[in-house]
Design a protein around this ligand. Structure first.
Ligand code: NCD
Ligand code: ZN
Length: 346
């Protein structure tokens, strides 16, 4: 079946890094052009820890939107060892905070103030369970003795399974999953465990990091895995199972921060997110499954209404820009300078 046009309900991005200041202004139009809403990650420096922080950040995002664009940022709080149940109740009541993000301290970019021990947050989890507020998990152990390619699978065994046992009704999103083990865990768990999947983990395996030399722009966390894991993710994303939905994890960094002796983790995909997902789904003839994954299942999981507007993708080869300007620096976007097959109409 050769599909050349695909119209779907306007999608949402359930995991994005919009940053702040100059970077926010540079990247926000890309997300707002494609997505009606997005779950905005709180790993700013300093992080978004309180409802007041979230309100102020939301105001800065709305102020940075291009004129006429309709986009709703769904805010999150960054969980620390100090987060209180009172703060969580206030966040839930605010109507602007939709979830709480758990970074194991030291797991990824700007996670230094994350939780040092899950046990510290047990009072908070019990309030979230009662309120039905989703916990978004960066699921990697930080134990330096664990191989970087195994950190997600080990996290599931050591931390996620005990957490689900202790809080059986807590809504959890295992973010940006990268392994067969994560797919299996989510598939077999009760319906309060879901997962987001990024375009880069659907399109690349770990060879991309070393294609002819070291490629810092393919470095993200969790790190790209073997081909068999990529295929498991692609099967999950295209399966029509509502537990798997779209979260780009678009994570812009300045070119000089990535191309350095200790380059930052994160890939920028917001410039062509839906086009890249279309590319991935098309590779296994699964374009009809894209709408559920991109536009329905995330809203259903969060208990929010589905969008009513639509978006059309067309098969029209086009070239991705080599870079995107941010002040005096640049972002090197995913697929920079390459030609891709799908394009958003209009
Ligand atoms: C993210 C970032 O840069 O903020 N980086 C990444 O590699 N995905 C943080 C995160 O989501 O892990
Ligand atoms: Zn992220």
């Amino acid at each position: 079946m050769n599909i050349n046009t695909l119209t779907l309900t306007r999608p949402d991005d359930w995991h994005v890094h919009l940053r702040d200041g100059e970077m926010l202004a540079a990247v926000l139009p890309d997300t707002a052009r494609q997505f009606a809403r997005a779950i905005v990650m709180p790993n700013l420096k300093p992080p978004v820890r309180t409802t007041d922080d979230a309100r102020a950040y939301r105001t800065r995002i709305l102020a940075a939107l291009p004129a006429g664009s309709v986009f709703e940022p769904l805010m999150t709080l960054y969980l620390t060892d100090q987060t209180t149940s009172t703060e969580i109740r206030a966040a839930h009541a605010s109507g602007v905070v939709y979830a709480v993000k758990y970074y194991p301290a030291g797991a990824t970019t700007h996670s230094e103030l994350g939780l040092t021990d899950l046990a510290h947050a047990y009072p908070v989890f019990s309030v979230m369970q009662e309120l039905g507020m989703p916990l978004l998990i960066h699921g990697e152990v930080t134990d330096p003795t664990v191989d970087i390619f195994d950190r997600e699978a080990v996290f599931i065994e050591r931390h996620l399974i005990p957490l689900m046992r202790d809080f059986p009704a807590l809504k959890i999103v295992l973010e940006h999953i990268t392994t067969q083990q994560a797919v299996d865990c989510v598939r077999h768990a009760p319906k309060n465990l879901a997962a987001t999947i990024t375009p880069h983990h659907l399109l690349y395996n770990r060879n991309a990091l070393f294609q002819g030399g070291i490629r810092p722009h393919y470095y993200c966390l969790p790190i790209l895995k073997r081909e068999r894991h990529r295929l498991a993710l692609l099967a999950a994303a295209t399966s029509g199972n509502p537990k798997f939905f779209l979260g780009t994890d678009s994570a812009p960094h300045r070119q000089h921060d990535k191309q350095s002796t200790c380059g930052c983790a994160g890939m920028y995909s917001a410039h062509a997110a839906m086009e890249l997902y279309a590319e991935a789904f098309d590779s296994v003839d699964a374009l009809p499954s894209l709408e559920g994954f991109a536009s329905h299942f995330g809203a259903d999981f969060y208990g929010l209404p589905r969008n009513t507007a639509s978006m059309t993708l067309i098969r029209e080869p086009h070239t991705i820009p080599a870079d995107i300007t941010v002040g005096t620096d640049k972002i090197i976007p995913m697929c920079a300078g390459e030609t891709i097959a799908w394009k958003i109409q209009g």
